[in-house]
Design a binder for this molecule. Structure first.
Ligand SMILES: [Zn+2]
Length: 61
């Protein structure tokens, strides 16, 4: 499944937009890993952010 591979290819200079999952230079992504086009679309409450962080943790294992 594609999402399983998103975080395995974590080269320094590239990242993935968390919304569209396209690959971008890290400098084109903001602190929430959103591309310019999707900037602000994943704004989460702290509680939701924790859920997301544990989701990331789980799929990184
Ligand atoms: Zn995007």
């Amino acid at each position: 499944m594609f999402i399983d591979n998103i975080f395995s290819d974590d080269r320094d200079e590239f990242g993935y937009c968390i919304v569209c999952l396209d690959r971008f230079p890290k400098k084109a992504l903001n602190s929430r890993d959103e591309c310019e086009e999707h900037n602000g679309e994943t704004l989460l409450s702290d509680e939701e952010r924790e859920d997301w962080d544990s989701f990331i943790e789980n799929i990184r294992k």
